[in-house]
Design a protein around this ligand. Structure first.
Ligand code: N2P
Length: 404
């Protein structure tokens, strides 16, 4: 074969092979119809596409058009929320001012004790966007997963809290709750009908028929408060888990019943003001607030001591995102220094808001019955969460209540 013929033949062969390869390649490389990604199999926006599937750079969506996976959809606050609170625990104008500022309406419902509030929540109550449990009950609620975590971005006034109230054992860093007010538990009395109120708890738990307050006094209807007072009187730890000590406190309380006209959390201060009763176990601010109304009430901590507590604004699990935002706006509102001042000065409970305290009237911040001096503070005890043992207190309390 001549050389030029050989080249020609090779050239023809190369062309033929290329043509065949092109046809065959297309057939074998085409994806089978069943391999096409179904719509539901499409990668989610947050899933990084594989390098080979990456669209050409010019086809990529502009950064501003891309959905930001971390950005929450915009939530508008609810039109109305309900605060589940202790009675007589807000300034009468607070809700109106909040509505004027935010357009959000506030409803209120009341509970009488931490145990009632806890039972209500454990029972699956819905409809409340803010609740106000005391310290030890916050601990139980966090443990039981009953509270929402707060979004601090919605509560810029948190900076107004006294730093002491940001390091609480039951909720360090205010992850779930924001302190509302704090106070003490002791005795209130009618100053017109009782010149010298008894200094010891003994006169309450062992009242004699000859005592003017015999049959004219109430105790709180609150298991941990009443047992704390009895245990403090007996010289025991008010959070004791010693059943013999508790039994002794229970017997003391059963014996005290004959001198007591009732167990009450909501009207005891009015019964003192009206003169129907002379003495009552109760909460500091309730007596002092009623003193403004009746002009004949005073309050003190008996010589053996009493309890101290911090009540908190928390958001129960189960609220809608809209209710949660409105609730956080309400918490932020309460932390406004002017509102904190107004609230504390009105109801005589102590504010945890340092900026409110800075602008408060001296009459309020220097009132030793609202902010007890060190020698009284030293005799005040917190009620602590006791886990399973709480049921022993409850059983003993039922026995006290049902004893004849
Ligand atoms: C207000 C009751 C005070 C709350 N009326 C006791 N933790």
């Amino acid at each position: 074969m001549q050389r030029k013929h050989l080249f020609a033949l090779i050239a023809i062969l190369i062309v033929a092979v290329m043509a065949l390869a092109a046809c065959g390649g297309q057939t074998t490389e085409a994806p089978a119809p069943t391999e096409a990604p179904k719509p539901t199999e499409a990668p989610k926006p947050t899933e990084a596409p594989k390098p080979t599937e990456a669209p050409a750079p010019t086809e990529a969506p502009a950064p501003t058009e891309a959905p930001a996976p971390t950005e929450a959809p915009e939530v508008k606050p609810a039109d109305e929320i309900v605060v589940y609170n202790w009675s007589d625990y807000v300034h009468p104008d607070m809700y109106t001012i909040f509505t004027e500022r935010t357009g959000i309406q506030i409803g209120e419902d009341n509970f009488s004790s931490n145990e009632d509030l806890l039972a209500k929540l454990q029972g699956g109550a819905t409809g409340y966007s803010i609740i106000v449990p005391s310290d030890y009950t916050v601990a139980i609620m966090i443990e039981e997963g009953l509270l929402e975590e707060l979004n601090h971005d919605n509560i810029p006034n948190l900076k107004n809290l006294d730093p002491e109230f940001t390091k609480l054992y039951y909720d360090p860093g205010n992850k779930y709750c924001v302190p509302y007010l704090w106070g003490t538990t002791g005795l209130g009395y009618n100053t017109e009908l009782l010149d010298n109120p008894p200094q010891s708890w003994e006169s309450v738990f062992k009242a004699k028929e000859s005592d003017p307050w015999f049959g004219r006094m109430t105790l709180l209807d609150d298991v941990r408060e009443v047992f704390s007072a009895a245990l403090i009187y007996l010289g025991y730890d008010n959070n004791t888990q010693d059943e013999a000590q508790l039994e002794e406190a229970k017997q003391l309380l059963i014996g005290a019943k004959k001198g007591v006209s009732g167990f009450d959390n909501d009207n005891y201060e009015d019964l003192i003001g009206s003169g129907e009763n002379l003495l009552a176990h109760g909460w500091s601010g309730d007596f002092l607030q009623a003193a403004d109304e009746y002009g004949n009430i005073n309050y003190y901590i008996p010589e053996e001591g009493g309890t101290i507590w911090i009540d908190n604004m928390c958001i129960p699990k189960g609220v809608t995102p809209e209710q949660k935002l409105a609730a956080e706006m309400y918490i932020n509102f309460v932390l406004d220094p002017e509102i904190g001042k107004m609230l504390g000065e009105y109801n005589y409970y102590a504010t945890p808001n340092k900026d409110a305290l800075a602008i408060a009237d001296p009459e309020y911040k220097e009132n030793p019955l609202v902010f007890p001096p060190e020698e009284i503070r030293a005799k005040l005890r917190f009620i602590k969460p006791l886990g399973e043992f709480e049921s022993v207190y409850q059983r003993m309390w039922d026995e006290v209540k049902s004893a004849q």
